[in-house]
Ligand binder design. Structure first.
Ligand code: ATP
Ligand code: MG
Length: 323
C-alpha cells in the first residue's frame, strides 16, 4: 500500500517538566490573574521531573509516524545535548531527520515547564535556533520526496517561510498550516502565504486575527475566502471545520482530567491531517483529531499521549450539515 509522505516543518525543543507541592498557582490580588511566583533566593522542591521533547513540528511528526505514515521533520537544531535528545526521540519514533538544519552558533530551543496540579503551567523558554530561521537555511531543500508539508510555528521568520512556501508551490506540494503567534502578529506577510495553503488550522483567538466572526462556525466560513479547508478549535468547547461542501461542528471528545495541555493544538492539527491525507471524511478526521488532542492533555509532555494506529475511538457530540 502507498504510504503518504508528510514533512513536518517548524520547531523542535527539549522540554523539562517539574512539579511538586511548592509549584502552585495563586490569585494575584492586584492583577486578578492566576500566577506562579517564587520568592527571590528561595529553594523550591520539585518532587517530579519528566524529560520530553517538544516543538510543534516534532510533535506533529510523531502523530504522523504513529499513524503509519512516512514522516519527516525539518527544522533547526543547535550543536548541543538538547539536539541529541530530539534526534534520539525522533529516531525511536521512526521520524526521518535527514534534512534537519544545524545552526553552529545558537542552541536548540529548551523549555523548563513549571506544572501545577491543575494542569496549568508557566514556561521558561530559551528560543535559540527557533529565532534564527533564514531563507538561506531552506532555499536548497528539495521537497520532491514529500506529498504534504505540515507547517507550524516558525518564530515569525516570514522570509524563511516565504521561501519554503515558494519551493512547495513550485513543486505543487500541498500545505497544511498551523501558524504560531509570531506569524499571526505579521498579518500583512501572513495573508499572502495563505494563497498556497490547502488546510488552515487555528484556534478561535487566532482566527479572529485573520477574519471577523462572532462564533467559530462564522470564523471557519470566513476563512474559506483564503483557503479551501479551514478548522477553528476552541479548547474544551469544541471545533468547527468547513471544506466548502460540509460543515462539521464537534464538541468535547471526552471530559478528561487535564494533566498538561502542552501539545493539544499540535495533536489536533496533525491528528486531523493524518486521517485526511488517507482519504477519511471531514467528520472522521475531526473525530480522530479530537481524540488525539484529548489523549495528549491527559499526559505530561506533548508526545506521550499521541495515539497509535489502530486505536479504537468512540462516538462524540458532533453534527454535520451541507455548507
Ligand atoms: N481541557 C480540554 N479537555 C479536553 N480536550 C481538550 C482540552 N483542551 C484542548 N482539548 C483538545 O485539544 C484541541 C485543541 O485545543 P485548543 O483549541 O486549545 O488549541 P490551541 O489553542 O491551538 O492549543 P495550543 O495552545 O496547544 O496551540 C481541542 O479541539 C480539544 O479536542
Ligand atoms: Mg495552537
Amino acid at each position: 500500500m502507498y504510504m503518504v509522505r508528510i514533512c513536518s516543518i517548524g520547531a523542535a525543543s527539549q522540554d523539562v517538566f517539574m512539579s511538586g507541592k511548592d509549584i502552585k498557582s495563586h490569585l494575584d490580588p492586584v492583577e486578578h490573574v492566576d500566577v506562579e511566583s517564587f520568592k527571590l533566593g528561595a529553594k523550591l522542591e520539585a518532587e517530579k521531573i519528566d524529560f520530553a521533547t517538544g516543538g510543534g513540528a516534532t510533535n506533529a511528526a510523531v502523530t504522523f509516524a504513529r499513524q503509519g505514515l512516512d514522516s519527516s521533520f525539518i527544522g533547526k537544531l543547535g550543536r548541543d545535548i538538547s539536539a541529541h535528545g530530539v534526534i534520539v526521540e525522533l529516531d525511536n519514533e521512526n521520524v526521518n531527520t535527514q534534512n534537519v538544519v544545524y545552526d553552529e552558533t545558537n542552541g536548540t530551543q529548551y523549555s523548563t515547564i513549571l506544572l501545577t496540579d491543575s494542569g496549568e503551567r508557566t514556561i521558561l523558554i530559551y528560543r535559540g535556533v527557533a529565532n534564527s530561521h533564514k531563507p538561506a537555511d531552506y532555499e536548497n531543500l528539495d521537497f520532491t520526496q514529500y506529498d504534504w508539508l505540515y507547517i507550524s510555528s516558525f518564530g515569525g521568520a516570514m522570509d524563511a517561510l516565504d521561501c519554503i512556501f515558494q519551493i512547495a508551490s513550485r513543486l505543487g506540494k500541498k500545505i497544511a498550516f498551523n501558524p504560531g503567534g509570531a506569524e499571526l502578529a505579521q498579518m500583512d506577510k501572513l495573508k499572502p502565504l495563505l494563497e498556497d495553503v490547502e488546510i488552515l488550522i487555528v484556534n478561535k483567538d487566532e482566527a479572529q486575527l485573520i477574519v471577523e466572526g462572532g462564533n467559530i462556525e462564522e470564523l471557519a466560513r470566513h476563512l474559506l475566502h483564503f483557503v479551501p479547508l479551514a478548522i477553528v478549535s476552541d479548547g474544551p468547547n469544541g471545533v468547527t471545520a468547513c471544506d466548502g461542501k460540509t460543515v462539521v461542528r464537534a464538541g468535547m471528545y471526552e471530559d478528561v482530567k487535564v494533566v498538561d495541555r502542552t501539545g493539544a493544538g499540535d495533536a489536533f492539527g496533525s491528528g486531523f491531517l493524518s486521517q485526511w491525507v488517507i482519504g477519511r471524511s471531514l467528520k472522521d478526521s475531526i473525530v480522530f483529531a479530537s481524540a488525539n488532542s484529548t489523549s495528549v492533555v491527559t499526559k505530561i509532555g506533548a508526545k506521550a499521549g499521541i495515539l497509535s494506529k489502530g486505536v479504537v475511538l468512540h462516538a462524540m457530540p458532533l453534527s454535520e450539515k451541507p455548507f
